[in-house]
Design a protein. Structure first.
Lengths: 161, 792
């Protein structure tokens, strides 16, 4: 079986997997990082979004072997080591941008990447279009859009420090 | 510095959020048991067929395969029970065919499970399922109620002649006939309520576990009501006594009704775990969810209103064919009766109503309650009918609603269809909604849109909801086979912190926050010192779970009663310590004090005394401060409201965009405004989804066409707009909190508001009615002529 070596949330791991193993299966089943969720089987819902080498990726649509040598960040790795939340996490809580919480890890990871890739700032319409790859059944997105809008200011201010 | 207010009325940020935003939720699929094996269900890809043979030999020989089970192996266990019995017009009971855990002799819908394959890994189980050799002999199939009722239609069950489950009615037929006989005008409308797939983002999961040494079975499952599952599966399917069966529903990723029911996979995994003496885990893939989670809606109705010459409603006649799918889901029969036809008065004082409901088996996934459950169907029918009356007669849609509203001073109001509304003010919600939506300014916006070549429409709907699902006696009289009370155990710890064990279940509603606010308010304990526990039959008392917007109205009321008992006992302890009479002890702001003095004991001091009873009225009361209360309300609760939707249609593409949505609801007393707003927004999003995007589509051979997120249009962020929420509350008169419920109002009021707006936008094209969803194809065909019939 192939061996995959990758860095997840700053920690290096070397894991033996079947060739058909998906990245999300490696994260959930081999590394116990169950914060990354699986909500569909057609790459539609985005519950499994993680960052691979700084880009948001649907981890149900990438083979584990493709992540060999990559740096992966999951929802568990977003907060600081001392537990200080990322501004996106803070704003999701502040603006009630989650209900059941199942889509939330993927939604937060997508949102972080969306904001980071758009330092010029995004309108609420652009945020809505940017979330096209993530489904939420609970919130109607209203508060998710609000949270991302609030977080982008905080993130850009922090980046400018 | 004063502590922030965290009691009733505060938008307290949610306790549960920290674990969810950190990836530390504990959903069922996150649970793995030592030595576990994986189950995969082989499902029918045919809608209706005889099972000629199943050859498991090749599958059993595959690597890692532990077992393959079919119906033949399950001969000793029962079918999945139905929790609701409906009687026919003649008083005879409904036809109730067996719902086997695995298909017996026949498959009856695409997705019907035929075999359970268990292997060391999920991939091995999937591979082995592919190696099963199953010979099926196709039978004619029906997906719609009309096809299933047609002469010569194939029989789906031997003991349901003509594919009819029941033929039921409610209301006064003679009075309604008399109203129609004297009517100045009768307006009739045929309408379909489209079938939906609930699609909670978390797919269903079941893990069965068994300890041979204790005989204890455990089921971890994605459920809205673990005790209901324990009762149904233990007593009716597997014959496991309740003290030997634990059901755990941990963090659950959305339900919307679809996780109320007892499903085959739960029984299959629990049974197999005992048989194999190994934990058995099954996780649905989304495609399986589409063909095995109970669907919602699917009504085919004709409605007629009799009017006098002033537009007063004289009588309503409704005839509905309800699609129940291939088998009875747990509460399937209740939805088109108890939750639908009893709602047909709506917000109106229509004096005579008669409704007939024929429930029909088809070769489709079983249909059961989905957010709103029956009440959206009733509201869509009524509110489309009212707009159609205006279309046919020229009456104004606002004026005709107001003139037929139940007046403010008419409460309590007895409807002609069984319910007695305790409170409401439909004028207030309508006034506020129209103001918030700038209804008066619409003509100018329409003209501006027209100048850009776009078609604008505005739609109004009003609704009445019966929720807080209970009372047991009424539900029982209408067919429920279970009680519908709720229970809470409030445990005060020696140091004064509090754990509440509630029979309700949170799968997104935020109970850990809202229910804690009740404790803050009533016992004066800080929010941080309150823990809410739910979802584990080994920890909580026997409660009925969460659906029908019942948690606060029924479960919250049980908590209030339990806390009343805590306070009563605390007063006795305080009286002893303060050497005063019990009658003189007052409790407020977390302190027991002697009236008119500064002598007082804190809540914490009383708690400690209860557990360290050195100086204690031991001959009068027991030690400890731990009380349980059950609450079975006198009536339902009755939220109501008005939704206003403005849409814009692009005639070039037929795409309908929601421009503005305003929901003004009467949900009773609000405990946490932030959560109420979120609940309403989420419900409205699902309603807009039903109206514009979603459709569970079967072809004429009963093959499921929309079987994945590639084919079934879920609302995405860019399909929706910000949803403006307001409240105009009247208090429930019969529960101690005055609360009504907010979980379903959004999904109930919104679909007709959207559709009334779409029809309004298309008024220039002579459209009288359009069924949901208003897809671009349908709309484009209307605008570009020729296929107007497609809309009907």
């Amino acid at each position: 079986m192939p061996q995959v070596t990758l860095t997840v949330n700053g920690k290096s791991s070397s894991v033996e997997v079947e060739a058909r193993t998906l990245l999300v299966e490696l994260l959930r089943d081999k590394l116990g990082l169950t914060g990354t969720h699986v909500g569909c089987d057609t790459s539609q819902c985005g519950a499994c979004v993680v960052h691979v080498d700084g880009n948001s990726v649907k981890s149900c649509t990438m083979l584990a072997v493709q992540a060999d040598g990559a740096k992966v960040t999951t929802i568990e790795g977003l907060a600081a080591a001392d537990g200080t939340l990322h501004p996106m996490q803070e704003m999701f809580r502040e603006h009630h941008a989650l209900q059941c919480g199942f889509c939330t890890p993927g939604m937060v990871m997508s949102a972080v990447d969306l904001v980071q890739k758009n330092p010029q700032g995004l309108s609420q319409d652009e945020i809505r279009h940017g979330l096209e790859g993530n489904l939420c059944r609970c919130t109607g997105y209203h508060n998710i859009v609000k949270a991302i809008d609030a977080a982008q200011g905080l993130m850009h201010a922090k980046a400018a420090e | 510095m004063n502590a922030p207010f965290e009691g009733i009325g505060a938008s307290v940020r949610r306790t549960e959020d920290l674990r969810f935003i950190s990836g530390k939720g504990n959903y069922t699929d996150d649970i793995n048991r030592p030595n576990q094996v994986y189950a995969v269900f082989k499902r029918s890809d045919r809608p209706h067929a005889k099972i000629v043979s199943i050859d498991t030999a090749a599958a059993l020989a595959m690597p890692g395969v532990v077992a393959v089970y079919t119906a033949a192996d399950l001969a000793a266990i029962g079918g999945l029970p139905c929790g609701w019995g409906i009687n026919n017009k003649d008083g005879s009971p409904m036809n109730e065919p067996k719902h086997p855990v695995l298909a017996e002799g026949k498959v009856r819908h695409v997705g019907d499970p035929i075999a359970m394959v268990i292997a060391d890994t999920k991939a091995q189980a999937k591979d082995a399922a592919e190696a099963l050799v199953i010979e099926l002999e196709d039978l004619p199939a029906a997906a719609t109620v009309r096809d299933a009722l047609a002469a010569g239609a194939a029989q789906i069950h031997d003991n349901a002649p003509g594919n009819v489950c029941y033929d039921w009615h409610i209301g006064d037929k003679d009075a309604t006939d008399a109203a129609f006989a004297k009517a100045h005008k009768v307006v009739t409308l045929d309408l379909l309520n489209n079938r939906l797939v609930p699609n909670a983002m978390e797919p269903r999961v079941a893990i069965g576990d068994f300890d041979r040494t204790t005989g204890l079975h455990t089921l971890f499952t994605t459920s809205q009501n673990p005790h209901v599952i324990r009762l149904l599966m233990g007593a009716f399917v597997l014959g496991i006594p309740e003290h030997k069966l634990r059901v755990v529903a941990p963090d659950v990723g959305g339900g919307f009704g679809s996780k109320i029911y007892h499903y085959a996979e739960e029984a299959g995994c629990t049974w197999a775990a005992a048989k194999l003496n190994r934990p058995v885990k099954w996780t649905a893939e989304r495609t399986e969810s589409f063909m095995s989670d109970a669907h919602g809606r699917d009504h085919d109705s004709t409605a007629s209103m009799a009017l006098d010459d002033n537009g007063n409603f004289l009588g309503l006649r409704v005839s509905t064919l309800a699609n129940l799918g291939a088998y009875l889901s747990t509460f399937g029969p209740a939805v088109p009766t108890y939750l639908y036809a009893t709602l047909l008065a709506g917000t109106y004082k229509t004096p005579a109503i008669y409704a007939e409901v024929k429930a029909v088996f088809t070769n489709t996934v079983p249909v059961d309650a989905y957010r709103g459950a029956g009440r959206p169907e009733a509201t869509f029918l009524l509110e489309r009918l009212v707009d159609t009356i205006c279309h046919d007669t020229g009456f104004d849609r606002v004026a005709i609603r107001r003139q037929n509203f139940i007046p403010r001073d008419a409460f309590p109001y007895q409807t002609p269809v069984a319910l007695e509304y305790d409170s409401g003010d439909y004028f207030a919600t309508m006034d506020t909604a129209m103001k918030q939506a700038d209804y008066a300014g619409f003509p100018a916006r329409k003209a501006a849109a027209a100048a850009k070549g776009k078609l604008r429409g505005i739609g109004i709907s009003t609704y009445l909801e019966a929720c807080g699902i209970a009372p047991s006696a009424v539900a029982g009289a209408l067919g429920a086979r279970a009680g519908l009370y709720e229970v809470a155990n409030v445990r005060v710890h020696p140091t004064g912190s509090v754990t509440v064990f509630t029979g309700t279940h949170s799968h997104g509603q935020g109970h850990e926050t809202t229910l804690a606010q009740l404790v803050v308010e009533q016992l004066g304990v800080p929010h941080a010192q309150v823990e809410i526990v739910h979802g584990d039959t080994d920890r909580i008392p026997f409660g009925m779970g969460t659906y029908g917007s019942r948690s606060l109205a029924v479960g919250g009321s049980a908590m209030v009663k339990a806390m009343d008992k805590i306070i009563t006992k605390g007063k006795k302890i305080a009286a002893h310590l303060l050497e005063a009479s019990v009658e003189d002890i007052e409790f407020a702001n977390g302190k027991f004090s002697v009236a008119g003095t500064d002598r007082a004991k804190t809540f914490g001091e009383i708690a400690l005394t209860a557990y360290v009873p050195h100086n204690y009225p031991i001959t009068e009361i027991e030690p400890g401060l731990d009380e349980t209360a059950f609450y079975d309300p006198a009536n339902f609760t009755y939220p109501g409201g008005c939704h206003v939707c403005e849409v814009e249609i692009d005639p070039e593409t037929g795409v309908t965009s929601v421009i503005q949505f305003v929901a003004v609801d009467d949900v009773g007393r609000v405990i946490n405004p932030m959560i109420v707003e979120g609940q309403v927004q989420g419900g409205v999003a699902q309603g807009i989804g039903q109206a514009l995007l979603e459709n569970a589509l079967y072809d004429d051979q009963a093959q499921l066409v929309s079987g994945s997120f590639m084919d079934y249009t879920m609302p995405r962020a860019d399909n929706l707009v910000n949803i403006s929420v307001g409240t105009e509350n009247t208090l429930c008169t019969h529960n101690p909190l005055g609360v009504k419920g907010c979980g379903e109002v959004g999904a109930i009021g919104s679909p007709p508001a959207v559709m009334n707006a779409v029809v309004d936008a298309l008024s220039a094209y002579g459209v009288r009615h359009m069924n949901m969803p208003a897809s671009p194809e349908k709309v484009w065909n209307i605008i570009h002529g020729g296929l107007r019939a497609a809309a009907e």
